[in-house]
Structure formats: structure tokens, C-alpha cells
Design a protein. Structure first.
Length: 414
């Protein structure tokens, strides 16, 4: 999701990446892994900062002297901060040098996590979490496009996949590790550890990540105009509904498993989910340049099958793990697939399309948490998988129908 124009990279202007798919030297066809891993760490920090309170709610609520449900809103306010600010900040900072913008966004995380760690006042904590969400809006609207610009055209999908690997690592390893650290040394230590990691990342970015120019005034993204570009609306619809379906179950996966009598296995189920997600990212990175449409269809089908298994066979412990593996295998590559689809569909309006994708992604996350809570209170946790399955049906339908634009059979430059 970039605030920098992909067309600049395609022209080879100040990009450092090969502008065409053929004829480049062998050296120019290699990925700058050290720099891309810095972006992956940035993705890890943004994802873990958002979800870390979920594993620390009891201790945080005790210290802040509010209920656990109120403490849970520290996750919601983060998503709201991102959703409200991603589009206006994308436009406002479009002329900034990319490296300066990335450093600014990550410095925002360092400040927000430090304030969260030391605050004993609920209102101050909520403000800090909102600031973290604003920093995430800047980062998410930048990172995927940054990764694209570092790589030759044939390797751009792999570059995004490397950068996005921070998501499943955060969800499958970061959250359990942060929870363990919080239970062992206190929840404040977990947030201070995030600050320490961010400081290391800032030095890493300064040393290893290349810089690119922002957009000139006449090139700045026109947000609403991007909706008229063929293919953008289907990608945004799929993003909104797919992420909503995923979040309804993921946000309450501990409750769901506890109701199945597997509350003590939540970490193992999430580990299975995360391991499969990493495999998914590897597959998507290797195949996305030529098979974006097929991979997107396969991802939706795998998550739908997982939801169906959990809906009808969740009394079988072994099948719950199978469902978690299928879920991770389907979901892991989704951020890469949708960001790439939005960039392809948007063309000259790719930056605007990416910013809207960031906004809708976070709207869907907030909506998934709210809708999941309503379903939990009204029906129970067993309503999550069938709701997830029903939401994925229109996702599949739109991807299949968007054959000419959005999810074409053949990608541009493939």
C-alpha cells in the first residue's frame, strides 16, 4: 500500500530497480533482502502493536482500573485511528521523501508504545493507542509500494511477500511471545520491548533501506477518482468482506476454542495457523506474478473450507487443527494478493487505491470485532464459522466475475 507512485519505479527514475522483466543483468534480478527484511520488521511491529493487548487484557485492566471490555477497546481505537487517517495522511504526505516518511511513521510507534507502557491513566492510554493507529495508517499506505519499488518487475510480488511476512509472524509468534513476556515480567515490559525493537529498526532503516522521491504536486493521488478506474472497486469490495469474515473469528478465537474445550490449546492452534500462513506467503511470493487470480480464488476457497469444517465438525480436535492449517494456508498470502491487485488495477491511481484499501482493511477489522461481539452475546461463539462461510461466498463471486479488471487472468507485465 504505497503513497509513492509505481509509475515512477516503472520509469526507473531514482528507483534502483530494473524497469523491465527481461534483459536485465543477473545482479539486477536479485531481491534486496536485507532492506526488505527491515520492511518486514516494520510490518511485524505494526501488526503486533495492534493485537498485543488481546493477550494482556486482564493485567492491563487491573492496572488501568477499568473493565476488560473497556481495555479491549484499545484494539478498536487503534483500528479507528488507522481508518480515519490513512487517506488524508496519504494525500498530505505524498510529496515527502519515502525514507523520511517511513522513519516518521516508525518513530510514532516508538512514542506510542512507550506512552502505553508507562501510562496509568486510561484516557492517556487510549490517546497513545490512537496515535499508534495513525502511525500505522502512514506505514501501511507506504510499505507495499516501497517493497515494489525495490525490486525488478518480475520479482515485485516476491518483494511484497517478503515484506508482508511480518503479519503471520506477528499473529502466530509475536502475540504468544508478547503474552508470555507480559505474564512473566509484566504487560508494561511487553510494550517497552516493542519500543526497543522499533529503535533498532529505525537504525536499520537508516543504514539499509534506499530512499525514493515522493510525488510531484500534479501527480498526487485523487482518492475518489480511483473508484472509477476499472477493477479498483472489486478489489476494495473483496478486501472489506474478506477481512471482515476473517476478523469475526480471529478476534475471538480464544473464546471459540475455550467453548470447544480447547482453551488450553489456543497457542498451539495459532501456531498451526501461523506456520501455514508462512507457507502461504512463500507460495504466493513464488507464483503471484503469473497466477494472482488463481491464488486469490484458492485463498478464498481454503478459508471457506476451513470455516465449513469448524461449523460442522468442530467437536473433532484433530479436524480443528486441520481447519487451522487450511485457514492459515488460505489467509497468509491475502495481504500480498490484495495489495498487488489494488496496485495493478489502480494504474496511475495506485496510491489512492492502496490508501483506500488500508482504510477499508481497518474498517473491516474494527467491524469484525464489533460484529463478532454482537454474535457472541446474541447467539454464541458457534455462530462465527457459519457467518464467516456466508461472507466468503460473495468474495468468491466477485473474484470470479472480475476476470477482465481487478483479478484478471493475466497480470500486466506478466
Amino acid at each position: 500500500m504505497s503513497t509513492s507512485p509505481d509509475t515512477t519505479a516503472a520509469r526507473g527514475e531514482d528507483s534502483g530497480a530494473a524497469p523491465d522483466a527481461t534483459g536485465g543483468s543477473e545482479q539486477r534480478q536479485k531481491l534486496p533482502l536485507f532492506a526488505l527484511l527491515a520492511l518486514a520488521t516494520a510490518v511485524f511491529i505494526t501488526s503486533l502493536t495492534e493485537t498485543l493487548p488481546a493477550g494482556l487484557l486482564p493485567a492491563m485492566s487491573d492496572d488501568l482500573q477499568v473493565s476488560e471490555s473497556a481495555t479491549g477497546q484499545t484494539v478498536t481505537i487503534y483500528a479507528i485511528g488507522t481508518a480515519l487517517t490513512a487517506i488524508p495522511l496519504t494525500a498530505a504526505t505524498s510529496a515527502w521523501r519515502r525514507k523520511v516518511l517511513l522513519l516518521t511513521a516508525m518513530a510514532g510507534f516508538a512514542v506510542a508504545n512507550t506512552v502505553t507502557a508507562v501510562s496509568s491513566v486510561y484516557g492517556v492510554t487510549m490517546v497513545a493507542r490512537f496515535v499508534a493507529g495513525v502511525a500505522a495508517g502512514l506505514a501501511w499506505a507506504l510499505l507495499a509500494g516501497y517493497a515494489r519499488r525495490m525490486a525488478p518487475v518480475p520479482l515485485q510480488g516476491k518483494a511484497i511477500a517478503v515484506a508482508m511476512a511480518g503479519i503471520p509472524v506477528a499473529l502466530s509468534l509475536g502475540v504468544p511471545a508478547g503474552t508470555f513476556l507480559g505474564e512473566t515480567l509484566g504487560w508494561r515490559t511487553a510494550f517497552l520491548a516493542m519500543t526497543g525493537l522499533t529503535v533498532v529498526l529505525l537504525l536499520w532503516i537508516v543504514a539499509a533501506v534506499p530512499d525514493y522521491p515522493g510525488q510531484e504536486r500534479g501527480e498526487r493521488p485523487k482518492m475518489l477518482g480511483a473508484l472509477r478506474v476499472p477493477g479498483v472497486a472489486p478489489v476494495l469490495f473483496v478486501t472489506l468482506v474478506f477481512v471482515l469474515a476473517h476478523t469475526i473469528l480471529y478476534a475471538y478465537v480464544a473464546t471459540f476454542l475455550d467453548d470447544l474445550g480447547m482453551g488450553g490449546s489456543t497457542d498451539l492452534v495459532l501456531l498451526a495457523f501461523g506456520a501455514a500462513s508462512l507457507v502461504s506467503i512463500w507460495i504466493v511470493g513464488a507464483q503471484i506474478h503469473r497466477r494472482l487470480r488463481a491464488l486469490t480464488i484458492a485463498s478464498a476457497l481454503l478459508v471457506a473450507v476451513s470455516a465449513a469444517l469448524l461449523a460442522v465438525l468442530s467437536d473433532n480436535t484433530a479436524l480443528v487443527y486441520v481447519a487451522a492449517l487450511l485457514w492459515g494456508l488460505g489467509w497468509g498470502g491475502v495481504p500480498t494478493l490484495l495489495q498487488t491487485a489494488a496496485g495493478d488495477a489502480g494504474g496511475d491511481s495506485a496510491d489512492a487505491a492502496q490508501a483506500m484499501l488500508v482504510t477499508l482493511w481497518n474498517v473491516a477489522m474494527a467491524g469484525g470485532g464489533i460484529l463478532g461481539g454482537i454474535l457472541l452475546d446474541a447467539i454464541g461463539s458457534d455462530s462465527f464459522p457459519p457467518t464467516m462461510f456466508l461472507l466468503l461466498l460473495p468474495v468468491l463471486g466477485v473474484v470470479v466475475l472480475a476476470r477482465s479488471h481487478g483479478f484478471p487472468a493475466k497480470r500486466p507485465n506478466a
